[in-house]
Design a protein around this ligand. Structure first.
Ligand SMILES: *Cc1c(COP(=O)(O)O)cnc(C)c1O
Length: 395
């Protein structure tokens, strides 16, 4: 055993996170409990993962059944739940074909690889460049952190991958640059999540779609955070009235069981053939079962309709808080992905809220991010608003 650990740093874990000083032991619905038995109202949903709340029965029951059957068999064999999940995603989206992986970064890796291979093999483009936006977040692998338009995420990891170009989000001039470029694809979030909860301007997105069509560029939407009902519809692209070529999914797809995916339209899907891409675990029987039960529950349970009602209720409450507290500068976001811009340090507010039994997140230094489960009740929203009101009184 290493003997150089100091009193401050006794964990055997690599220090890649600044963790909050609580240890969570249990969750149900909109609540979690720590190892000391303290109860918290969880308006983080494990960062947009537990959209059905913690340990949802519909998913738990199916995963429990699958635990007795088969956990893993590799993608060299047909996996019925994976087949069924792909069909369900295709039937409820623009897409034709699905590839499964294990995380958001892997989903974006798949999208990036698909775009490059489609450009080279189908379009004969031998320098396929991909356009992304400043303040975006697409993941932590080398390709996805290169795609991410934030220096703090890229710091220390050069040389980055060639072939990415960063433009200004929501900016009309950047559309001109895209029109002039030879890019093969554009990758964007419709609400920049980690970058500060910034929704894309609908007119700008429509224009971007038109340029992609005109130039034969793939329009790839990173729905890792916005997908599975988070912003209102099943996928955020629906509320923008656009038809993408590829979307990436992960966070909300498995209710906490790790699973990611890309959905591609018929044309873009031509970029992959047997052997082009793969994943040992991607969409394995347990993961696909969790994903299938999650998507079925979201679609069957009238959950999206209820969540839309809850989102407007939350909006009203947040508007009242803004009117009351001068430290609140702006409320923004879509559906149940909300940002509160603060005149000050958002992390201090998040820490104070934790002491009051409420879990919320930041998105950058001055934005609080709110991600309630889609299944939260109005009473829970009231409780959230009461605690936040009390916390904001101190700032
Ligand atoms: C979280 C996130 C990712 C990365 O997902 P991981 O599962 O952490 O790899 C990518 N894109 C967006 C928009 C995200 O919010």
């Amino acid at each position: 055993m290493a003997t150089n650990s100091t009193a401050e740093q006794v964990s055997a874990l690599m220090q890649t996170y600044s963790r909050f000083p609580i240890s969570l032991a249990k969750g149900k619905g909109s609540h979690v409990w720590d190892t000391e038995g303290n109860k918290y109202l969880d308006f983080t949903s494990g960062i947009a993962v537990c959209n059905l709340g913690h340990v949802p029965d519909e998913v738990k029951n199916e995963v429990q059944k699958q635990l007795d059957q088969l956990w893993h068999c590799s993608n060299l064999y047909n996996i019925p739940a994976q087949e069924e999940l792909a069909k369900l995603l295709v039937e409820n989206s623009f897409g034709e074909q699905v590839f499964f992986c294990n995380s958001g970064a892997e989903a974006n890796e798949a999208a990036i690889k698909l775009a490059k291979r489609y450009a080279r093999k189908i379009k004969g483009n031998d320098s396929p460049e991909i356009i992304t936006f400043r303040q975006s977040f697409h993941g932590r692998t080398m390709a996805t952190l290169t795609a991410t338009g934030q220096e703090k995420i890229q710091d220390g990891f050069s040389p980055l991958l060639p072939g990415f170009r960063y433009l200004q989000f929501n900016d009309m001039a950047s559309l001109g640059e895209i029109r002039e470029s030879n890019a093969c694809a554009v990758l964007l979030e419709l609400v920049q999540g980690e970058g500060g909860v910034i929704p894309a301007n609908p007119a700008w997105v429509k224009e971007l779609e038109a340029i992609c069509r005109e130039k034969g560029m793939l329009l790839m939407i990173d729905e890792v955070q916005t997908g599975i009902g988070r912003t209102g519809p099943l996928f955020a692209y629906e509320q923008y009235g656009i038809v993408p070529d590829v979307i990436s999914l992960a966070k909300g797809l498995g209710s906490g069981f790790p699973i990611g995916a890309i959905i591609a339209g018929k044309e873009a899907a031509k970029g992959f053939e047997p052997g082009s891409h793969g994943s040992t675990f991607g969409g394995n029987p347990l993961a696909a079962t969790a994903g299938l039960a999650t998507v079925k529950a979201v679609l069957d349970g009238a959950i999206l309709e209820k969540a839309a009602g809850l989102a407007s209720y939350l909006d009203e409450g947040l508007a009242e808080l803004k009117a009351k507290h001068s430290v609140v500068k702006e409320i923004r976001g879509l559906g149940l992905l909300k940002g509160i811009k603060i005149d000050g340090n958002a992390l201090d507010i998040v820490k104070t809220a934790m002491g009051e039994g409420l879990l919320i997140l930041t998105a950058g230094p001055d934005v609080i991010r709110i991600l309630p489960p889609l299944t939260a009740s109005k009473e829970e929203v009231d409780q959230f608003l009461d605690i936040l009101d009390k916390v904001l009184n101190k700032f």
